[in-house]
Write a protein that binds this ligand. Structure first.
Ligand code: GCB
Length: 610
């Protein structure tokens, strides 16, 4: 199953991790003949024996790497590379192959043998390859990746065949507003575990009322033969260390049981600017021991101790109301597209802190595991969004995939203190009658997997038409006053925002967030008086929104503002997009536009208020 195991690959005394990142060989299929590679068994030998290959970096989107039009390729592409497996790995270990993510559908072979198939981008998957590898020898990995989106994929798209100058061609269309980058987007790892190993760790935390005593509840599951032998009682030893490496709590329990660690005094996990030491993390060390105290496996993860609660008015962390000041974002940059890039990730967190933000939504799909760890460390709160965007034509099949995306997401991210809310969709067509029961099912399913976090969705239909809000805990709405409606009319923002937020709150009696607002802005374009696309216009649009937010904050139930977008990003081609979506506060190269300085003043002022 896709949701067993999946612990982030980490080295320890009992585990080794090897990266398969680097330059792979790459070939695209003919668009008219996407299944040819499988029919002709391209995986059976090196790809270069079937077709000329080109070099392709992993991780990266393949779209913007070449100078010919690979960008708009629709259908399957193939990757392969060779790698050595050390002789030492053959001894009493299990070997796992893990992909951080491949967009959209992936088929994987090792030495010509099928290993795993996974559908859905932005989420990890893995498979055991112990019996497929040659030890002390060279091996080959082959990946076929299909970027085609149809009405039953998440996200949805449409494939049509239309005439062009060469006869007929395949066209991929989609309504969501970001480029459908594809390929091996995140790192590929081989890692070892002992034969009997720690497969799952789940952590929840609690705080005493006065926030002086913390509790960490952990449950562990073990996989492997030693765990199944009746007379072999394995033990779990859990040790919790503070930032200085000092042991602050420990417990030993039977392998099948979870346990509880008590920390007194505790340093809770706080968001950025809400405390002098935000993002405080402990290290939880889980040791799996055999009866004779022999160490079988060790896995370590960071833990932030905090509580979340919410009601019809507020959202609270550690008992204190939180006001979100943040962004909608994208994983997107020049050349690498959606490929994981540590330089970009660290730069983005530096900018988030520079501007005083305390939160972002992972619009419109799960972001890298590495960035989730970073958010934990820096006290940045995450509204964690599944890849369902512009959801429409609600079907049973779509529902199944939508639920699967949430199951995989929650399984991956449930231990992160930074994750404070699940977003079950962006701009779903919730005006339709079938959206009502569909979102009730999706929300209930999400709650069945995690009761510790509230559920939201970013809604674009009007509050009078919406049918999903009753199933959510917190209402988020996206609205583009003076842009998509009343373009250029700066005098038609403030009152509209106030009126709409009040209407949402009246209708559902729940906390309200403005999850998107903004204006496309071409850096360096200046026009006074403000005119659409100019830096002056974006700055004015922001300050008119701030006026509305300040009014709304007095009401108590308005709990957050998220600018669209953190940075400029690439979209499909259209006459409304000049080189992509330019609503960024930062350019695609991560430099501030004029509005960034205004936003920074506000976010720091808000941060100090709290
Ligand atoms: C939205 C979408 C976002 C778009 C944005 C825009 O409502 O949620 O994906 O990029 O509007 O700029 O049009």
């Amino acid at each position: 199953p896709q949701t067993r195991g999946m612990l982030y690959p980490r080295e320890s005394e009992t585990r080794e991790v090897r990266s398969l990142d680097g330059i792979w060989n790459f070939v695209r299929s003919d668009q008219a003949n996407p299944t040819q590679g499988v029919r002709d068994e391209w995986y059976a030998k090196e790809l270069s024996k079937s077709r000329p290959t080109i070099p392709m970096p992993v991780p990266a989107s393949y779209n913007d790497i070449t100078t010919d039009n690979l960008r708009d390729h629709v259908g399957t592409v193939w990757y392969d590379r060779k790698f050595f497996v050390p002789r030492s790995w053959s001894k009493d270990q299990r070997i796992w192959l893990r992909f951080g993510s491949v967009h959209y559908e992936a088929y994987v072979w090792i030495n010509g043998q099928k290993v795993v198939k996974h559908e859905m981008g932005h989420l990890p998957f893995e498979a055991e390859v112990t019996d497929l590898l040659s030890y002390g020898a060279e091996n080959r990995i082959t990946v076929m990746c299909d970027n085609a989106l149809i009405q039953t994929t998440v996200p949805q798209g449409r494939i049509t065949e239309v005439p062009n100058d060469g006869g007929m061609t395949i066209v991929q269309s989609y309504t969501f507003d970001f480029f459908n980058y594809a390929g091996i987007h995140r790192s590929v790892h081989l890692y070892t575990t002992p034969r009997t190993f720690i497969e799952e760790v789940e952590v929840t935390t609690n705080l005493s009322k006065d926030a002086t005593v913390g509790e960490v509840f952990y449950s562990v599951s073990v996989n492997g033969s030693a765990a199944n032998e009746a007379d072999n009682v394995l033990q779990i030893q859990a040790n919790l260390y503070d930032k200085d490496g000092i042991l602050v709590a420990n417990a030993t329990s039977d392998q099948k049981l979870g346990g509880k660690l008590q920390v007194n005094p505790v340093k809770p996990w706080w968001p950025y600017l809400m405390h002098s030491e935000p993002g405080y993390l402990y290290q939880l060390e889980i040791k799996l021991l055999a009866t004779n105290d022999e160490l079988l496996d060790v896995y370590r993860l960071k833990v932030g101790i905090r509580t979340l609660s919410w009601n019809s008015q507020q959202f609270l962390i550690n008992g204190k109301p939180v006001y979100f000041r943040g962004f909608g974002r994208h994983e997107d940059s020049d050349i690498r597209g959606k490929g994981l890039d540590n330089a970009l990730m660290v730069r983005d967190f530096n900018l988030l802190k520079w501007i005083g933000a305390n939160a972002y939504r992972t619009s419109h799909y799960p972001y890298s595991e590495e960035s989730m760890q970073f958010a934990d460390e820096h006290g940045i709160m995450i509204i964690d969004e599944c890849p369902s965007v512009d959801t429409e034509n609600f079907s049973q099949e779509l529902l199944g995939k939508h639920k699967s995306s949430l199951e995989q997401l929650i399984h991956r991210d449930r231990n992160h203190p930074s994750v404070v809310m699940w977003s079950i969709a962006n701009e779903p067509r919730t005006g339709s009658v079938s959206a009502d029961s569909y979102f009730e099912l999706v929300a209930n399913f999400t709650r069945s997997l995690d009761k510790t976090r509230p559920i939201t969705a970013a809604i674009a239909v009007s509050n009078t038409q919406d049918k999903a809000g009753r199933s959510l805990d917190i209402i988020s709405f996206n609205r583009y006053n003076a842009w998509y409606s009343n373009a250029g009319r700066l005098d038609m923002i403030t009152q509209n925002v106030i009126d709409e937020a009040i209407a949402w709150n009246k209708r559902y009696n729940k906390p309200i967030i403005m999850s998107e607002y903004g204006a496309d802005t071409l850096e360096g374009l200046h026009m006074q008086p403000a005119y659409v696309w100019s830096e002056e216009f974006q700055t004015e649009v922001f300050s008119r929104h701030f006026k509305a937010f300040d009014e709304l904050r007095k009401k108590g139930w308005f709990i957050g503002e998220f600018v669209w977008n953190f940075a400029d990003f690439k979209t499909a081609q259209s006459y409304t997009r000049v080189g992509g979506n330019k609503k960024g506060v930062f350019t695609r190269a991560r430099q501030p536009k004029a509005a960034a300085h205004l936003l920074r003043k506000r976010y720091f002022a808000l941060g100090r208020d709290l």
